[in-house]
Design a protein around this ligand. Structure first.
Ligand code: C2E
Ligand code: MG
Ligand code: MG
Ligand code: MG
Length: 283
């Protein structure tokens, strides 16, 4: 009967959900263990000024060097810990790891750009003690100039309490760090964030940049974001610059700062100084 069928269906659905929850919990445990075993590493992607040809920054990007599965990008594990307190611990590990790396580069007297960007999750920046935690991490590395640090806040993450986040950002700015709004234009509150958050830089999401040469709508969005950045006196960085054509088009639109596979892919820290020394702009 229909009733029995319905019952069966419900049952099936239940079993699937159990599986999903179980596998999710397993992933959580794996990530917790990876953190304990020090299996995370930071890679770095150069950010350049396409007009002057200088390397102006590095974005620190998290990787999991899994003994079973090899090197995993954040898309393979961050979704499992979104909104879980583990992500706050991992986020703190990231800040620590980046400060340590900067300190190492400085000790080697490696050529370093002026800005190192660190991605911060919404949950992380919403912690009321975030600025205090950041201050104590910075204190552990007095040789690292906080003015070199830029924190990227994902614009797609729904910030629960924008006033609170703005206060936290101002407290962090007192320490010397700067902010960028990441993946600008992909969320639903871009303009609200632009207006209310003390961020000096906006990053044009790679989805718009990627297709700007073939899709008029994307081109219009890229132009619009550059215009907004200028109007609000914020810096603007184009993400996902995959070719010289992209670079040229962006330069013509007045966007000088860029990162993307067409310039360099994210790389392990050891390779960074050599890449910086060898880079010549191709356009
Ligand atoms: P994001 O912050 O927007 O970082 C840029 C992403 O785009 C990186 O992916 C980078 O490898 C990729 N990318 C750069 N240039 C190009 C290009 O020309 N073409 C294409 N197709 N992709 C390009 P990745 O490293 O996989 O990171 C994905 C996202 O994970 C990041 O996006 C960021 O939102 C998040 N993430 C990465 N590291 C961290 C971290 O330490 N903490 C937190 N909370 N999130 C992180
Ligand atoms: Mg980012
Ligand atoms: Mg981005
Ligand atoms: Mg992104």
């Amino acid at each position: 009967t229909a009733k029995q069928l319905g019952k069966n269906r419900y049952h099936l659905f239940d079993v699937n959900q159990d599986d999903a929850i179980r596998s999710h919990r397993k992933q959580l445990l794996h990530i917790e263990r990876a953190l304990e075993n020090d299996e995370f590493v930071m890679h770095f992607q150069p950010i350049v000024n396409m007009r002057t040809g200088s390397v102006i920054g590095l974005e620190a990007l998290l990787r999991w060097q899994s003994p079973e599965e090899g090197l995993l990008p954040p898309g393979a594990f961050l979704p499992y810990i979104e909104n879980n307190p583990i992500s706050v611990n991992l986020g703190e590990w990231v800040i620590h790891a980046v400060l340590k790396q900067i300190s190492l580069w400085q000790a080697e007297q490696a050529t370093m750009p002026d800005m190192i960007s660190i991605n911060i999750s919404a949950l992380q920046i919403e912690q009321t003690n975030f600025a205090d935690r950041l201050a104590s991490l910075l204190k552990a590395y007095p040789e690292v100039d906080p003015h070199k640090i830029e924190l990227e806040i994902l614009e797609t993450s729904a910030l629960e309490d924008i006033q609170n986040v703005s206060n936290t950002m101002n407290a962090c700015a007192q320490l010397g760090v700067k902010f960028a709004i990441d993946d600008f234009g992909t969320g639903y509150s871009s303009l609200t964030y632009l207006k209310h958050l003390p961020a000096e830089i906006i990053k044009i999401d790679q989805s718009f940049v990627r297709d700007m040469l073939i899709d008029e709508d994307d081109l219009a969005i890229v132009k619009g974001v550059i215009g907004l950045a200028n109007a609000f006196q914020r810096g603007v960085i184009a993400e996902g610059v995959e070719s010289a054509e992209h670079g040229k088009a962006l330069l013509e639109l007045g966007c000088e700062l860029a990162q993307g596979f067409g310039i360099a892919k994210p790389m392990p820290a050891e390779l960074v100084p050599e890449w910086i020394a060898g880079w010549k702009p191709q356009w």
